[in-house]
Every structure is written in C-alpha cells, then in structure tokens.
Design a protein around this ligand. Sequence first.
Ligand SMILES: O=P(O)(O)O[C@@H]1C[C@H](O)[C@@H](CO)O1
Ligand SMILES: Nc1nc2[nH]cnc2c(=O)[nH]1
Length: 194
Amino acid sequence: MPVRVMKLLGVTHLVATNAAGGLNPKFEVGDIMLVKDHINLMGFAGNNPLQGPNDERFGPRFPPMNEAYDKTLIREAKRIAKELGLENIVHEGCYTYLGGPNFETVAELKMLSMLGADSVGMSTVHEVITGRHCDLTVMAFSLITNKCITAYDSNDNPNHEEVMDVGKMRQDVLKLFVQSIVKYIKQTEDSINP
Ligand SMILES: O=P(O)(O)O[C@@H]1C[C@H](O)[C@@H](CO)O1
Ligand SMILES: Nc1nc2[nH]cnc2c(=O)[nH]1
C-alpha cells in the first residue's frame, strides 16, 4: 500500500533496503549486496501482494518480473561504490526472504543456498513486486548483518541485537551511498525532463 501511495504522489523510483543474513560465503558482516534478482518464496506458498482483483489503474494482471531490478541503477550503484571507495564491500546477488520472525534453521539455509540465494531476509520482495507492477524503476540492496549459519556444529546464533548493531555501525556509509544514488537518479531525471 505505501508503494502505491508513493506512485500516486508521483514517485518514479524505489530504492529498497534491508538487513539480511549473508548466505554467500564470500560475504562478510557489514558488506552490501546489490540485489540483482529475488526468489519470492512466500509467493510459492500463495502469498503475493498482487493477489485479489487486479486494479488496472496501477498495472496489468500478469506483470513480468524477470527484469525487476533496474540494470542501469545496478551499474551506476557499482560506479558510485567505487567512487566512494566501497568496491571491496559491495557485491551483487540474489535475495530471498521468509516471513519470519524467527531466523532460519540450518536445513532451511542449506536449501536456500542450493536454490541460488546469496542473502536472506524478511522483507523487500512484496514492495518490489508492487513497485514493478505500477512501473516504478526499482533497485534494492541488503546490508549483510550476520553470516547465515549452515553448520550444525556452530556455536553462533543470529540475533536481532547484532542486526541492529551492524546497521548502526554502517549507518554513515549507507547514508552516503543512498544519497549518491538518489543524486544520480535526480540528475538523470532532470536531464530527461528539464
Ligand atoms: O530490513 P528488514 O526489516 O528486512 O530486516 C530484517 C527483518 C527484521 O526486521 C530484522 C531481524 O533482525 O532484520
Ligand atoms: N530471515 C533473516 N532475516 C535477517 N535479517 C537480518 N539477518 C537475517 C537472517 O539471517 N535471516
């Protein structure tokens, strides 16, 4: 619903962010993952934000989702990351989510890894689907706040405090990153519609 309100207010771009567990073993805590695709696991279970009668004022009944994440914005976000000296912590990958609020079991994470997910969270996909349905240009990124635990002999536990702490630790960098992306979008829009 907020996404559609944004659309009605004239918003053209959606930059979605989330805190997520890093499933890709190359990701470190504090890294940023630009989302290039998602797996709508909740959609597999029949939970989709576009369920119910379609409101044609917003978009078509059967919208494509193969190009949900704007390639130009991903490319520019990488360029910006380089300019800001963040290239070593910025990656690209596939996001998936479960409904939460519990963190995942080891078996669930092993399955998600086999499916091709690089980060796991509890949000974003519904907003992205709703945004693409009403033709917003979308980008998203995950802040990797913890490493997903895929071994039974690990003594670590994911916890919300760690998620919040890593978010705070990275807040200045993330603010700068988002500001730079928004600045790029504004400049591009201004050059199209002076
Ligand atoms: O950014 P989101 O809201 O997806 O963050 C995830 C989901 C929970 O709010 C939190 C759990 O620690 O991380
Ligand atoms: N589902 C899920 N959400 C998260 N948010 C931050 N870390 C995680 C995680 O490991 N799993």
